[in-house]
Ligand binder design. Sequence first.
Ligand code: 5AD
Ligand code: SF4
Length: 470
Amino acid sequence: MNVYDSTRMSDVLAPLGYLPTDQPDGADMIILNTCHIREKASEKVFSELGRLKQMKLEKSADGGRMILAVAGCVAQAEGDEILRRAPQVDLVFGPQTYHRLPELVTRTLRDEDAGGVLDIDFPLESKFDALPDDSVVEGASAFLSIQEGCDKFCTFCVVPYTRGAEFSRPAADIFAEAQRLVAAGAREITLLGQNVNAYHGDAPSLVFGGAADAAASSTWGLGRLLRYLAEIDGLERLRYTTSHPRDMDDELIAVHGDEPKVMPYLHLPVQSGSDRILEAMNRRHTADDYRRIVDRLRDACPQIALSSDFIVGFPGERDEDFADTLRLITDVGYAQAYSFKYSPRPGTPAEAIEQQIDEAVKSERLETLQNLLSAQQIAFNQSAVGQTMRVLMEKAGRRDHQLSGRSPFMQSVFVEANGRLLGKVVEVRIEKAHARSLEGTVVTGTYSGVAGVATQPSNHSGGPSMEAAS
Ligand code: 5AD
Ligand code: SF4
């Protein structure tokens, strides 16, 4: 979501004359868009600010001025402290106020607020209503934020405090933004939300505006929204992340079975396989509830691949709890996963639990868990060898005449191909599996997609046997 937010910040700043750059030195403004989810992520902000102070000083020595800003969830949670500890910072704003950037930048440039400008409100107006319609989209795969915040209050998590209460955008606004993304070249859209499948946005008034529909529900869940977005011509793939097991409702599960544009891949965090720990985490489901959801998803869509998040070393986690987590992983079988050592976060209930786990125990459990998950990922990748898959070509690969794309199951796939295939869904025969990627050969002439969308890097003109692509 920070990637999406950063893109939208660029959109807001474009009319003021700011353009994104890959080169921070000498820039007129640097915005650190930060994450507060684990301690490591938020500590990074202060070390990065030390480095950027140097750049800012160099720019002033050359007679210029650099605005240094901190955005995102660390800004939201620690805004005052940032301004106190890092006086080189000019501007601090949270995830819900970046639509006010033009005004905030003006205030900063006028030096109206001694000690730095701070805006970490949760405003009544939605930023989405104030953001510009035109977006700087690049590439075939785009993010679209549909839901923000979280009301679940898992006891380890800062999100309900930093991102605030659940909010869903109206379906019509999402549809319009998706249409714009597709017109600008996106072939795949990933719908984003901290708790995306809790989505319950206003239904489009066209559908529910009439008297006959008065009794019908005027909000839609994520399943209904996915079906609506799947109607957009030129949009080939839909994904969504991140979901909570409790919000996997019947319609959402069904959509995986009967809407071909919804990809057969789901990131469904479980965190732990122990009922005791799940309860202490306030996840409000058991390990078997999760197994049953996975069974229902596989009934609807037999080839679906799963990913998850795991936390090891949650306070009070015993060896037998950890063994339950390993058993759940073995039962489910994941295509990939993310795993973390529990990190105490300020103001969360779990931080105050007395039985915190030793770092050494956390590290050992993490290693065991990651070994198991890696073995599953390698086995999953190996099972792809010999298959032909539809791959969305997203960017130039590391080597000349190489492109990289994504399989339906989110695997990175490298192929030798001409840049003209960028932005297209191409049939690829998988030849080789690596731990984190696949290699394959394009099955010539079987691509789909809309011509004229791809950007063609100059170093990829010409190339092997791709002349059918235009
Ligand atoms: N410590 C470790 N991992 C955490 N996550 C969230 N909060 C914490 C924490 N305090 C992980 C969860 C979540 C993912 C985004 O980050 O696994 O699903
Ligand atoms: Fe955090 Fe996700 Fe739990 Fe919400 S559902 S509190 S975002 S872990």
